[in-house]
Design a protein around this ligand. Sequence first.
Ligand code: PLP
Length: 393
Amino acid sequence: MSIVSNSLKRIKPSPTIAVSQKARELKAAGKDVIGLGAGEPDFDTPDNIKKAAIEAINKGDTKYTAVDGTPALKKAIVNKFKRENNLDYSTEQISVGTGGKQIIFNAILATVNPGDEVIIPAPYWVSYPDIVLLAGGKPKIVKCSERNNFKITPEELKKSITKKTKWIIINSPSNPTGSGYNQKELKALGEVLKKNKNVFILSDDIYEHITYDDFEFFTIAQIKELKDRTLTMNGVSKSYAMTGWRIGYGAGPKDIIKAMAKLQSQSTTNPSSISQAAAVEALNGTQDFIKTRVESFKERRDFVVTYLNSIKGLSCLKPNGAFYVFPNCKKLLGKKLKTDKDFVEKLLGEALVAVVQGSAFGLDGYFRISYATSMDNLKTALERIKSFCESLS
Ligand code: PLP
């Protein structure tokens, strides 16, 4: 008999972490692999943030803190929501966790009963369905069309809601597609949600600051009638290049926040005291570097999208946020390579470029490229992808 619990058997390891691991192993074996699989900025954490962490260590901020965040960080988060989203929260409506992932994990584990349904538009961030499954819930996957930029429509949302629906997860801009919902689109979804008062909304805003062109970020909690049913998740990982520091936060109804703290008190306790001090500086300090970094991401996005669209058999939409593209490779699938998984495995084995198959995100026939790497890497990787695709026809 296996030692592994039944709840753990329901889930699988993160496929994106698996690809990064595989690429790392090939590199360690001396292969010249280019990894376009990782979901993290290649920039370093800004110096003012590092300095705040060093000061925290020197000051002796090295003890346990309040479970779901220091008063200073909660205040910085309250101010962030007011300043950037015009949203009013009290500190009791804020929860800080070890990365945005723990916030989502806490929220789902603390609220989902066996059989409860969670609507997840696909393509989705890989962890959503598994967290729901671990909690004993049912992921209700809604496959979204490329024609609608991979976004759920109000009609699709309406059709997928049942009496058992507990949550819908909205991620804008999205991992893996980079698509963002604008204000009009969120208001249209909001009309459906206003009529379905049993449904809570989990808004994953982790890519809020990484948007391009004239896209204006809007978050669903800004719809007055829905704010009391929305848990907004955000964090410092992506905007401030702080993935290793592990700080994410949530804002929402007090009862959910309290339940999340209860769960966290029996698992990880507080997030690192040093990282929390760094996150205070990230949120309160200068935001100027974000603009320059986003410009650099935009240049890479433009290069990658144009290049991909010049490759026979591939097509790629131009996303308005995050640092991913999600090209369509259906025309290259057939006898030789049956699935997108075959495609990415062969691409890694033969062309030494690591990407992630679309099916890992719930939509077959695509793959995800993270362009959070240098232009030199991107140029070489795309030349290799081009030769690989040409070799298939
Ligand atoms: N949500 C999305 C859509 C993400 O892409 C990620 C990270 O890849 C997270 C949440 C989790 O962020 P963190 O590293 O802060 O846990």
